[in-house]
Design a protein around this ligand. Structure first.
Ligand code: AMP
Length: 173
């Protein structure tokens, strides 16, 4: 979890390649639907509705298989999504082992997005996405209250310094 620009995608790629997790990015999953309505919501910076999210994530978890170790990137983003994930996991014999919270200064996050050039990285959309990302705090608090370990990662620095902390947190599970 983390603001847009915290480094979630870059770090997820490393976690997949170096630590062997299956990387599931909900932002990418949504872009892959190539659905005009979904694309419009993404480009506005708002969140896609939970009904569709639960369907897409549920299908993907089932398809890849519940015996896989998943890294969920961009999900859950709200308390409702966290509730769903815990319940869905329970029903399928899975649980959340660790939450990685990439903590970054908003200014640095916005600078990073400026270098990326995705259609939802335009100024107005970024503002809206950062606003939506403020739902992270209550979601984190909810997850921690459920007894799930949350590792806070200092994410202002360079890629390797962030990964080093993530690796230590994952190996400490
Ligand atoms: P991301 O690549 O994770 O920054 O996601 C890009 C966009 O996809 C977000 O701004 C949302 O519009 C949508 N999205 C991704 N994950 C979710 C989610 N868990 N719930 C709702 N919308 C999402």
């Amino acid at each position: 979890m983390g603001l847009p620009g915290a480094g979630k995608s870059v770090q997820s790629g490393l976690i997949r390649d170096r630590l062997g997790f299956h990387w599931l990015s909900t932002g990418q999953l949504l872009r892959d639907t190539k659905d005009a309505e979904v694309s419009a919501v993404q480009q506005s910076g708002a969140l896609v509705n939970d009904e569709l999210m639960f369907k897409l994530v549920g299908n993907e978890l089932k398809e890849v298989g519940y015996d896989t170790t998943f890294l969920l990137d961009g999900f859950p983003r709200t308390v409702e999504q966290a509730e769903w994930l815990i319940k869905h996991g329970r029903e399928n014999g899975k649980h959340i082992r660790l939450v990685l919270y990439l903590k970054v200064d908003e200014k640095i996050a916005i600078e990073r997005l400026g270098n990326r050039g995705r259609p939802d990285d335009q100024a107005e959309t970024i503002k809206k996405r950062q606003e939506e990302a403020r739902k992270i705090e209550p979601t984190l608090a909810y997850l921690a209250k459920q007894g799930i370990r949350v590792a806070e990662i200092a994410a202002n620095g360079d890629v390797e310094s962030i990964f080093k902390q993530i690796k230590a947190a994952v190996e400490g599970i």
